[in-house]
Each structure stands twice: as C-alpha cells, then as structure tokens.
Design a protein around this ligand. Structure first.
Ligand SMILES: NC(=O)c1ccc[n+]([C@@H]2O[C@H](COP(=O)([O-])OP(=O)(O)OC[C@H]3O[C@@H](n4cnc5c(N)ncnc54)[C@H](OP(=O)(O)O)[C@@H]3O)[C@@H](O)[C@H]2O)c1
Length: 312
C-alpha cells in the first residue's frame, strides 16, 4: 500500500485547525503541527498541544517569520495545510515563498473554509476579506504550486447555535430575524466532517488543482426551511421579523465587530444565496459527498434536535 503523505498543519491551535490535526492523525497520516511558542501561554491551547503530542503529532515550534527555518520544516513533509485566522490571511504569502523554495510540497491547502471567494457577493468589509483569500489563490497559481481549495460553506459552530442571530448567545425562542425572503439555500457542515473530507482529498488526484465544494445533500437549507425545522424541534412558532436589504446594510454599518461579521455573512449567504447560486464547474471543482460517500456526515436535523433538548 502506498505510504500516506506527511501533512503539516499551520494554525492547528485554532478552531478549524484542531479538527484538521485530529482528522489527519485518525486517517493515519504522519502529522506535523507548526506551533507558535506564544500559544502555550494560553492554557486551553497548551492543553490542546499536549493532546496533539499524546496523539503522536510531531510538534514543530516556530512561525512564518523565519524563512530559512520554515523551509527546513517544509522539507520534512509532503502536504501543507493552513487554517490560520481570517485576519492573518496575507501572512500566507510567506508560506508560499517558503513552499516555492522548498520545492518538495505535493499540495498546498490555503486557509479558506468558507464560501467560494471567487464567486461570492460580499459587501465591505467582507469584500476585502474575500479579496485577500482570492489573492492568495492567484499567488499559488502563479507560482505553479499544486493546490486544493476547500469551500466548506457554513460551519455548524458559527451559524447553528444562534441560528445566525447577531448578538445572540442562545438559540431564538420567541422571535427571529429572516434575511430577505428567506428562500436562497445555504449549506452547513460540522467542523469534524469538514476536516474528514479535507484530509481525504490530500492524496486524491481528483482534487488536485481543484476546489473541493462540500455540499452534502441533507445539509442544504433555505433560511425559511431552517427556521421551520427549529420550530418543529422546539414545538413553537416564532415571530418572524423580515429584514430588507437596506435594513441589513444599515445594521452592518451600526454593528460592533462581532455582530458585523455575522450580519455580513448573513447578507451574502442567506440574502444573496452565494453558496448555491452556481453550478460546480467540473473543470475546476468537485463535490465532496459525491467523491467520499463513505463519510457519515452529521446533519443539521440531528444538531438542532440536540440543541433543542439542551436549551429546554
Ligand atoms: N465557514 C465558516 O463558517 C467559518 C467559520 C470560522 C472560520 N472559518 C475560516 O477558517 C479559517 C480558520 O479560522 P479559525 O476561526 O479556525 O481561526 P482561529 O481560531 O483564529 O485560529 C487561528 C490559528 O492560526 C494561527 N495563526 C494566527 N496567526 C498566525 C500567524 N501569523 N502565523 C502562524 N499561525 C498563525 C493561530 O495560532 P496561535 O494559536 O499561535 O495564535 C491559530 O492556530 C479562516 O480562513 C476562516 O475564515 C470559516
């Protein structure tokens, strides 16, 4: 049997990255994690790193600043997977330069894990965020670095606990904001499943130089359908407050940073339907649940069922 590729994960101490590390180990890949010393001063991250060690992950202490050291680290592995924070996306130019110099990397997965940044409908400041990820794509392609872009759409953790309600800390029980007419479809994926699909793509020639779209059929819902499912789970009809395009733009302008991010993604995903208003072009994209039907993915229905039980 062919040897599984050695995977280096950058951003393994982050929300998304930790699932990548765990899925890589679970799939039997020799797994490496770049760890910044500063992360260890956070007790939660220190514990996570300790757990990586107990799973057999090779910890490489460093950062993206020291080019020579980074090149040496890259020489140890075959695949580089980045899950660095949204705000740090341009730092990946340093990674691209090191990958280019190392010359041995078989595939680079940049930090994406959202909507397709080449096809979205964001407004500022999200528009600049999409543009930063798109610039990384263009740099990878210009350097001829083999890649896979993972477009996982909405994560369960970001959207479902509050049903995408800005400012909320619990799921809605009385009323709910509906963005536009609530009809465009969105796609939801559990973080651990996103990681499973991503790791499966690593040694798969079908995903080489392609975007891997995660569109598991049981997790595609319009906002109206999501609300109807939630109402069924809690046995109650919610008051619907419909938000127009002008209203959401005003809300975005007035919101604090946390709520702004939620409103911006709500605008482009639930109002404009950016995750489902295009067909996957087979020359540049593939769909994960079709390629890997063996992944027994978690469903929105199961998640909302548990959420309703917990919030009773
Ligand atoms: N689709 C969705 O619903 C959704 C939701 C959330 C995130 N995302 C996407 O997922 C990706 C990861 O986001 P996240 O929320 O998981 O990020 P996060 O929790 O903020 O984690 C960031 C990780 O990146 C590392 N990092 C940050 N700056 C770095 C730098 N300059 N050099 C090296 N490492 C650095 C951090 O290391 P330290 O621990 O050392 O700080 C940490 O491990 C982003 O592209 C984001 O847009 C998508």
């Amino acid at each position: 049997m062919a040897q599984k590729s050695k995977i280096l994960i950058i951003g393994g101490t982050g929300n998304m990255g930790k699932f990548m590390v765990e899925a890589s180990v679970k799939a039997g890949h020799p797994t490496f994690a770049l760890v910044r010393e500063t992360a260890l001063s956070d007790p939660v991250k220190a514990k996570l790193v300790q757990n990586f060690q107990s799973l057999g992950v090779t910890l490489l202490y460093g950062d993206l600043e020291n080019h020579e050291k980074l090149v040496k680290m890259l020489k140890l592995v075959d695949i580089v997977m980045s899950a660095i924070s949204r705000s740090e996306i341009p730092e990946q130019f340093k990674l691209i330069a090191a990958i280019k110099e190392a010359g041995n990397i078989k595939r680079f997965f940049p930090s994406e894990f959202g909507s397709n940044v080449d096809a979205g409908h964001p407004i500022e400041p999200a528009k600049s965020g999409y543009a930063r990820k798109a610039k990384i794509r263009r740099a990878i392609e210009a350097e001829g670095i083999p890649y896979t872009y993972v477009s996982c759409n909405c994560t369960f953790g970001f959207f479902l606990p509050t049903l995408a309600q800005p400012g909320a800390v619990a799921p809605p029980k009385d009323n709910i904001l509906i963005y536009g007419n609530g009809q465009p479809k969105a796609i939801f994926n559990k973080e651990a499943d996103i990681a499973s699909y991503t790791i499966k793509a690593v040694d798969d020639p079908r995903t080489l130089n392609k975007t891997l779209y995660l569109r598991p059929p049981k997790n595609i819902y319009s906002f109206n359908e999501l609300v109807a499912l939630w109402e069924k789970k809690i046995g109650k009809t919610l008051e619907k407050i419909y938000v127009t395009e002008d209203q959401i733009i005003k809300m975005i302008q007035d919101a604090n940073m946390t709520d702004k991010i939620m409103l911006l993604v709500n605008y482009s995903i639930f109002m404009k339907g950016e995750q489902t208003n295009f067909e996957i072009d087979p020359s540049s994209g593939v769909e994960a649940s079709e390629l890997y039907p063996d992944v027994n993915y978690a469903t929105v229905d199961e998640y909302l069922h548990q959420l309703a039980c917990l919030s009773n």
